[in-house]
Design a protein around this ligand. Structure first.
Ligand code: CU
Ligand code: CU
Length: 386
């Protein structure tokens, strides 16, 4: 798989020109008119001309300062860290093969009337692509955080323990709750607990909501919670997978020392890697599987922090699409469905013919940066480069 380097950001704002010439011309006209007029007036005009020259000089200086400032800003903008997207160690294939994938299989729903979820935030070094290390903030030791599976109507009890060195928090999109209370910052070494009733079915993002949220999400603080309707409400699915899309913005290649976040890249939305479940191309070497004729359900969240995901499975259509995770009805036989950053969608495919079916964001820049996986239907060999 080739990951071409993305282009460097080029911005150069127009610089204002000093307008001292016009001011001097106006003064000259005034001086012309003053010829032959009383001396005190001439003296006054002379003083005015001097003032005007001083004003013009000051204006020119101000413009020069402004221009220098713009050039500085332009230099800062063009000094964005180069892309590291194309980098891969010589043994990338072997590393990709040895990589332990993030478990995409939807875990069993948590039992009992109260789903008890304890997230212990840790600062950890993780792998985000073959041989690429990143200093992440992780809800439970990895990014994404764990998939949480509950049933509609269940009470969800969330405890966040902050094992990091700065404040963090956790915001559940599935909750209807006062965010200033539930999603408030937790100091290092402290915990917070809150409960909410999972009234709304679907697949929802959870994430750290501590400022700057861009950095906290980009550093790995996101995950998915599936709120499944009561058994038998949705059509039967033979297999269920959870996919969380996200981007990584790297300050360094990450090959030797771990990379950390590059905020300029995050603001410019020029990621180095875009991933399914936190690791570039992991389901290419380790495809998700299905048997011919089975119904496969994808629960998809776009964590961003900034990119939408245009969900598409190459070689088939989405037989059912619960757009935006609205579980009250589904669309049939659609090709690509957008999942907004901070949103979710649920998609069924039923594939009769054995083969390798890539699942992607059809925004193909994201594919080149790693957001591609394979659904292997039946016993087929090989891989493909989509
Ligand atoms: Cu955080
Ligand atoms: Cu949010």
């Amino acid at each position: 798989m080739a990951f071409p380097a993305s282009e460097k950001l080029q911005t150069r704002p127009a610089t204002p020109e000093p307008d001292s010439g016009a001011l001097i011309k106006v003064v000259a006209v005034f001086l012309g008119l003053a010829v032959g007029v009383l001396i005190p007036v001439l003296v006054w005009m002379g003083a005015s001309a001097q003032n005007a020259r001083n004003d013009a000089r000051a204006a020119a200086q101000k413009a020069a300062t402004l221009r220098a400032g713009h050039e500085h800003a332009a230099a800062a903008a063009t000094a964005v860290t180069p892309s590291f997207a194309a980098l891969a160690p010589a043994n990338a294939d072997a590393l990709a093969l040895a990589h332990k994938t993030y478990p995409a299989v939807l875990p069993a729903a948590l039992p009992g009337p109260v789903a008890d979820v304890h997230l212990v935030l840790k600062d950890v070094v993780i792998q985000i692509a073959p041989g690429i290390k990143y200093s992440a903030w992780a809800f439970a030791g990895g990014a994404p955080g764990p998939v949480i599976h509950v049933r509609q109507g269940q009470t969800v009890k969330i405890t966040l323990t902050n094992g990091g060195v700065i404040p963090h928090s956790v915001d559940f999109h599935a909750a209807r709750i006062a965010p200033n209370l539930a999603f408030r910052d937790v100091d290092p070494g402290k915990s917070i607990t809150y409960t909410f009733k999972a009234t709304d079915p679907g697949v929802f993002m959870y994430h750290c909501g501590t400022k700057p949220v861009l950095a906290h999400i980009a550093n790995g603080m996101y995950g998915a919670i599936v709120v499944e309707p009561a058994a038998g409400v949705l059509p039967h699915a033979d297999r269920q997978y959870v996919l969380v899309a996200s981007e990584w913005y790297l300050s360094s290649p990450g090959l030797t020392a771990p990379a950390s976040i590059d905020m300029a890249k995050a603001h410019a939305q020029t990621p180095d890697w875009v991933t399914w479940n936190g690791y570039a191309g992991q389901y290419v070497k380790h495809p998700l599987v299905a048997k011919p004729g089975e119904t496969v359900r994808f629960w998809v969240v776009a964590a961003g922090p900034s990119f939408d995901t245009d969900f598409h499975v190459v070689g088939t259509l989405l037989d059912r699409a619960w757009v935006n995770g609205d579980m009250t009805h589904f669309q049939r036989n659609v090709q690509t469905v957008p999942v907004p950053a901070g949103g979710g969608g649920v998609f069924d495919v039923k594939i009769g013919k054995p083969g390798l079916y890539p699942f992607v964001s059809h925004s193909f820049a994201s594919v080149d940066l790693g957001q591609v996986g394979l659904l292997k239907v039946g016993n087929v060999k090989g891989t493909m480069s989509h």
